[in-house]
Design a protein around this ligand. Structure first.
Ligand SMILES: Cc1cc2nc3c(=O)[nH]c(=O)nc-3n(C[C@H](O)[C@H](O)[C@H](O)COP(=O)(O)OP(=O)(O)OC[C@H]3O[C@@H](n4cnc5c(N)ncnc54)[C@H](O)[C@@H]3O)c2cc1C
Length: 371
């Protein structure tokens, strides 16, 4: 019997378990494989970025950045977050007007940002190509070690009293009237649910809800490239791009990580992802366009083994499941769910314990799709 049951041991499941357990609330987390088996682990680090985000997510990321700076102290581990600042590069004249509006909006929403033009960009990123005509700089952004964070959340949850079980795949929800009363695992055993059920299994949420709801999400195995050590690491900040599918960050060991939203190919039968050569080449070509000194870059790791649910409007779905009064779901992170995890986990637990949807979560309701 679980008072509160959590399905999924990624950052969301682990952080919700930590929030519940550290408030003295009984909870049980079940993970199909091992903690961090999904999108919350893998090569490199994850960006913690407010810059360029959908305006609906800005209040969440603002709150999350405050938590990120001292999260390691809360979880009792070495620092997890590095404040590098984010630089969003602009090459096209036509992107400047939007950039000006965005800087104003981010500033108004408590996320200090600056538009730098011409040679001013080189003060931040000295090796950037002369094609780059401007950049939005957001000094409060940074990067976090996702694998270490997810494991630290799960360990801290267990230390605070949560039951954390690995190798327990949930295959079915057992429903009575308007509540999930138990979940069935792959061995046919049932875990009873007394209070809340949090379905936080990212790419598996849609499948678990088959027959109850059809979420407008699809799964994508996002690609990450990690270079071999470079003599010269040209990237100083967490870097994004206004029109290229490109993100760059400096990684320990004089490496550069190239990502930004290109995807590999997913083998549904074997449940593994592999990179697609053309996508790897295109990601590198974009990186070289903005940092010409990367032209001889050699890739050590090319990974597309981590599935992410992407929603049709590219912002997450965080809601109570209609018709099932004790179920909360969160998925559809669309490639940027990492940064906001500490804040969303807190708010989900506030909602479950206090019964009122926190206003910051209102934009992520299923009703936006007319349901
Ligand atoms: C390559 C890549 C790069 C990214 N870069 C960034 C970035 O720079 N910044 C950013 O903000 N975000 C980024 N993201 C997104 C971010 O990493 C994810 O949104 C976040 O980690 C999702 O966490 P989660 O806990 O919801 O999902 P996951 O980490 O996927 O965890 C879900 C867990 O549920 C388990 N599970 C599945 N089915 C079941 C079942 N039936 N029973 C029990 N357990 C089950 C899985 O095994 C898995 O461990 C990136 C994602 C990827 C893939």
């Amino acid at each position: 019997m679980a008072g509160n049951l959590i399905i999924g041991g990624g950052v969301y499941g682990a952080a919700v378990a930590f929030e519940l357990a550290s408030r003295g609330v009984n909870c049980h987390l079940v993970e199909a494989k091992h903690i961090g088996a999904g999108a919350s682990s893998g090569p490199g680090r994850r960006g913690v970025r407010a810059n360029g985000r959908d305006p609906r997510e800005l209040p969440l990321v603002r709150q999350a950045r405050t938590i990120w700076s001292s999260l390691h102290e809360l979880l009792g581990v070495a620092p997890l977050f590095e404040r590098t600042g984010h630089v969003l590069l602009i090459e096209r004249e036509r992107d400047l007007l939007e950039a000006e509006a965005r800087v104003k909006l981010q500033d108004q929403m408590g996320i200090p940002s600056e538009l730098v033009k011409g040679e001013g960009v080189r003060d931040y990123e000295p090796q950037v190509s002369s094609h780059v005509r401007a950049a939005i700089v957001c000094p409060g952004d940074g990067v976090a070690d996702h694998t270490a964070t997810t494991n630290a959340y799960a360990a801290a949850a267990a230390a605070a009293g949560a039951v954390v079980e690995e190798a327990v795949p949930v295959v079915r929800l057992v429903i009575k009237r308007d509540r999930v009363i138990a979940v069935e695992t792959d061995t046919g055993s049932h875990i009873q649910v007394e209070n809340n059920l949090f379905i936080l299994a990212n790419s598996a949420v849609r499948g678990l809800l088959t027959g109850y709801a059809d979420l407008p999400v699809r799964n994508m195995p996002f690609q990450v490239l990690l270079s071999k050590p470079l003599g010269n690491v040209p990237v100083r900040h967490l870097v994004g791009h206004a029109h290229r599918t490109l993100a760059l960050k400096a990684e320990p060991g004089e490496r550069v990580m190239i990502s930004g939203g290109r995807a590999g190919r997913w083998d549904e039968e074997r449940q593994v992802g592999e990179v697609v050569d053309q996508e790897v080449a295109a990601n590198i070509a974009d990186a070289v366009k903005v940092y010409p000194s990367l032209q001889d870059i050699e890739i050590e790791i090319a990974d597309a083994g981590h599935l992410e649910a992407v929603s049709i409007d590219n912002v997450p779905i965080i809601d109570r499941l209609p018709g099932l009064s004790n179920v909360k779901i969160a998925t559809g992170w669309s490639g940027h769910g990492w940064a906001i995890a500490p804040s969303v986990a807190k708010l989900l637990v506030d909602w479950a314990l206090e019964g009122q949807r926190p206003p910051l979560l209102a934009p992520f309701a299923l009703t936006r799709f007319g349901r």
